[in-house]
Design a protein around this ligand. Structure first.
Ligand code: ARG
Length: 417
């Protein structure tokens, strides 16, 4: 009996060829695992295809809820956005897939797992660091990194073995999708000056074809987790799907990013993430109302480290546990409702309310009912500016020249007439 390998299987050309290749090259029986993270796909068709191209067993795992509860919503609570642009859809799905691959490998007594990533991207890192941390004894095989075939060679390999070549192979784009967003790379997108052609988008309408009237949506959060849409309770999967439809229909969620990959490459990435963009913005707005200034400042730093950690494949680490505990704690009063306006590719928070709001009308107002004690301000300013004043007198900050000059030059006399 041959040894077994569990292959993360998408149903695409590379992973289909990998089924055959793993048998040829390593004499391994291939069990495929297809993870449903909300990519609209006929999973039974993918399963049939896996068996047809030679898998001994084809498994499909519905991981949508796990994905939302353990990956998407914690990342939302953390405000995790890579380099200020990418909501991390693909990156978040990889540790979950690594975990499920390991689970199946254990159950099936497989000695190895495999994935279809090339050697140039982040996904190989995320899969392998994930598997290595969870099951250090498992062998990992990356066929597409090893086989050294060009696209054409892969296609002729497929044809030689009767592996169906999907029509989508003619598309020059490489895509990946799940509930939290869609990633698009390659083809003309590799020219960073070229505007993405309309054909790369599948979830978002072109803003020149969206409704001429704005849409509004009210999102209810409990402890930083979105739980209602326009007052209606919704489970996480449905809520995200609903927002993808709604905001995508207004052209919201397109991202065009020159991104720093972990492996040192800058790459041009296009994303569509309507729900993620709206939810991240709404969540930040609610935090602005319910967290104190210092909490917000600190949390921004954590958000950046959290995003890097997700992007860089370090999900299963102690640092992540520590940060996650902090983030969860920070969310205990992030409860309330945010109203968002959706219009022509843009979304804007136009209202927010919370039972735990720190916004105090009687302190903020310039109208009647003002309770802020303005007579206390001169004393405050005196002490606040004391060290700056002292230093400026001794060190003549206003007279510094060259690179230390922070003062515009005096206007010539005649300009002042
Ligand atoms: N650049 C993004 C990331 O590293 C998207 C990757 C898309 N992956 C793919 N296999 N097409 O997360």
């Amino acid at each position: 009996m041959s040894d077994k390998v569990v292959l993360a299987y998408s149903g695409g050309l590379d992973t289909s060829v990998a089924v055959r290749w793993l048998k040829e090259k390593y004499n391994l029986d291939v069990i495929t695992l297809t993870v449903d993270v909300g990519n609209e796909r006929e999973f039974s068709v993918v399963q049939q295809k896996a068996l047809k191209v030679g898998a001994v067993k084809a498994l499909v795992s519905d991981a949508k809820e796990l994905f939302v509860d353990y990956f998407i919503f914690p990342a939302l609570q953390a405000d995790a956005i890579y380099e200020g642009q990418y909501p991390l859809a693909t990156a978040l799905s990889r540790p979950l897939m690594a975990k499920l691959l390991v689970d199946v490998a254990m159950e099936e007594g497989a000695s190895a797992v495999a994935h279809g990533c090339t050697g140039k991207g982040n996904d190989q890192v995320r899969f392998e660091v994930g598997v290595n941390t969870l099951a250090p004894g498992l062998k990992i095989i990356a066929p597409a990194r090893e086989w050294g075939m060009t696209r054409e060679e892969t296609i002729s390999y497929a044809e030689r073995y009767g592996i169906p070549v999907p029509v989508t192979v003619s598309s020059p784009y490489s895509t990946d999708e799940n509930l939290w967003g869609r990633s698009i790379e390659c083809g003309v997108l590799e020219d960073p000056w070229a505007e993405p052609p309309e054909e790369v988008f599948a979830w978002t309408k072109s803003p020149d074809k969206t409704p001429d009237k704005p849409g509004y949506v009210e999102i209810g959060f409990e402890r930083g987790i979105p739980v209602t849409i326009d007052g209606q309770q919704m489970d996480g999967v449905s809520l995200i799907r609903h927002l993808n439809e709604l905001a995508g229909g207004h052209g919201i969620g397109r991202v065009d990013h020159i991104e720093n990959r972990l492996v040192g490459i800058k790459s041009r990435e296009i994303y569509e993430a309507p729900a993620a963009v709206v939810l991240l913005q709404a969540h930040l707005a609610l935090e602005a109302m319910t967290l104190a200034k210092d909490q917000l400042r600190f949390k921004q730093k954590v958000a950046q480290d959290y995003a890097d950690l997700i992007y860089n494949g370090l999900w299963f680490t102690s640092l992540h546990q520590d940060l996650a505990a902090y983030v969860r704690s920070s969310q205990r009063f992030v409860t309330g409702t945010v109203r968002v306006k959706l219009f022509k590719g843009g979304c804007q928070v136009v209202g927010r309310k919370s039972p735990k709001s720190l916004y105090d009308y009687s302190l903020a107002t310039y109208d009647k009912g003002d309770v802020f004690d303005q007579s206390a301000s001169p004393g405050f300013i005196h002490i606040w500016g004391l060290s700056a004043k002292t230093q400026a007198q001794v060190q003549l900050i206003g007279e510094a020249e060259g690179p230390l000059s922070i003062m515009p030059p005096k206007k010539p006399e005649e300009n002042c007439k």
